[in-house]
Write a protein that binds this ligand. Structure first.
Ligand code: G6P
Length: 458
């Protein structure tokens, strides 16, 4: 592939393979998540090493066996102390940086920066150093090193010092915060964080908005702005099309058709994740049923929502709230012939693809999102000129916004209005928007995204 003349090294917290134990046997399958599904297909046929953390016990067993080959790359798993890993992943990456970048803090209570948090920050730094040492050890001469996401903000200074032959690029899959929000971190931590990111040859983001926010933070904290680039990721549409054409997906679609009948179908497909704004989405649906009685019995909300990050109490609590709200709305409106919200609570890709093929309305209403691949996947595989109701706070807004219905994700009355507008839209307008969405969603592929990251290495 001409986009990758140098050997590539990818570094990410979660690698391309998920391991499980069956008795004494180690089983391997493709890992879940947007990062892997966008990067792995682009790496097929490219000489690449992928360094990732050993997250589960089965991962640690695999790590003990040395390098493992996946379709995408030669995978090297890094075994980390479990306590260090929890501090790095749970406390710093997912309860601090994720909250900061997605604007999730409730300022009267959090962030809560105490001694325990500072210890976690030190362990985040240590884990980053471990990743850096692995990069130094395993990178071929003159390789391009693609560092992925907010877990790995601090490894570049060590790598560039030890291996000046390597060219490093950082890609952030999340949004970025502005300088005002960054001020919630202690000054020394903020300086170390943006300084670590700025030590890469270039820093990439899914949209201009996040890149500009990062540049503003660098200007405020470092007095200097590093090279940035904008490269929206793209789903592996060949894989989605393969799944959509498969018998498993057809089976799920038939089940769905049987449940939906001649009603309209609103769909969402999300991890149960605070930034995805599930609660306001369901409240908006409740308001739709309250204020527009014509929809009672005539529409079903298919919620393909599955648990995520269950080591975090906030996520467990959020999941309980989501489940209770769904139960309340169903109890309030259901009739013997109709359940307003149907839930598929497992991460079942063929079932999700069936829902994406069938929806009349796709609801994507995050409070903030780095990109949102589901919106692109839905636009590409939907078979009914379905309408996309899309948060203007998602990174994918830049690409799909002109063809979507705009949501202010905080305004649930307006979200209910948008659902009504989508459900009543004339067929010609649906067709016109769906054509635009399909074209925009399929314009780029995973290889385009990878090529931009590699090009940014200079
Ligand atoms: C989402 C985010 C990515 C992140 C991933 C990690 O897909 O958009 O930025 O890398 O979650 O999820 P995990 O399950 O590994 O915590």
């Amino acid at each position: 592939m001409d986009a990758a003349p140098s050997p590539l090294v990818v570094v990410s917290n979660r690698g391309p393979l998920a391991f499980t134990m069956q008795g004494d046997r180690l089983l391997t399958r493709k890992a879940a998540g947007g990062l892997v599904s966008a990067l792995a297909p682009a790496l097929e046929g490219v000489e690449a090493t992928w360094i990732a953390g050993a997250i589960t016990d089965a991962d640690r067993r695999a790590a003990a066996q040395g390098a493992v080959d996946s379709e995408a790359a030669r995978v090297r798993l890094l075994t980390l102390d479990e306590g260090d890993y929890r501090a790095y992943y749970d406390i710093v990456a997912n309860s601090t940086l994720w909250y900061l970048y997605h604007g999730l803090y409730d300022r009267p209570r959090r962030p809560f920066i105490d001694r325990r948090w500072r210890e976690a920050w030190a362990r985040y730094r240590d884990v980053n150093l471990r990743f850096a040492e692995a990069v130094v050890e395993h990178s071929p001469q003159d390789a391009v090193v693609l560092v992925q996401d907010y877990h790995l903000s601090l490894l570049a200074p060590h790598v560039t010092k030890q291996r000046p032959d390597l060219r490093t690029v950082h890609f952030h899959h999340t949004p970025f915060c502005g300088p005002e929000d960054l001020r919630m971190l202690p000054d020394d931590v903020a300086a170390e964080l943006v300084g670590g990111l700025a030590s890469h040859g270039a820093c990439g983001f899914h949209t201009r908005r996040w890149a500009d926010a990062f540049s503003a933070c660098c200007e405020a904290v470092l007095g200097d702005v590093p090279l940035t680039f904008v490269a929206p990721a793209a789903p592996d549409l060949d894989d989605v099309a393969r799944v959509a054409a498969g018998t498993e997906c057809d089976g799920h679609l038939a089940d769905l058709e049987a449940r939906v009948g001649d009603r309209q179908l609103i769909v969402r497909v999300d991890r149960i994740e605070l930034s995805k704004n599930l609660l306001r989405g369901f409240h908006a649906y409740d308001e739709l049923l309250e204020t527009r009685p014509q929809w009672r019995g005539r529409v079903i909300f298919g919620a393909f929502v599955y648990p995520s990050r269950e080591t975090l109490p906030d996520y467990l609590g959020y999941r309980a709230e989501v489940e209770a709200l769904i139960a309340r709305i169903n109890a309030k409106w259901q009739t013997p012939a109709w359940t307003p919200i149907m839930v598929e609570a497992t991460d079942n890709f063929p079932a999700s693809v069936a829902a994406l093929r069938r929806y009349d309305v796709l609801l994507v209403n995050p409070v903030r999102d780095g990109l949102n691949l589901v919106a692109k996947e839905g636009a590409a595989v939907n078979e009914r000129d379905g309408v996309l109701a899309l948060s203007r706070e998602s990174g994918v807004w830049d690409e799909l916004g002109p063809w979507a219905l705009e949501l202010n994700p905080f305004d649930l009355t307006a979200t209910a209005e948008a659902l009504h507008t989508a459900l009543t839209m004339a067929p010609e307008e649906r067709a016109e928007r769906a054509t635009g969405l399909r074209a925009a969603a399929t314009r780029r592929g995973p290889s385009d995204w990878l090529a931009q990251q590699v090009a940014a290495a200079g």
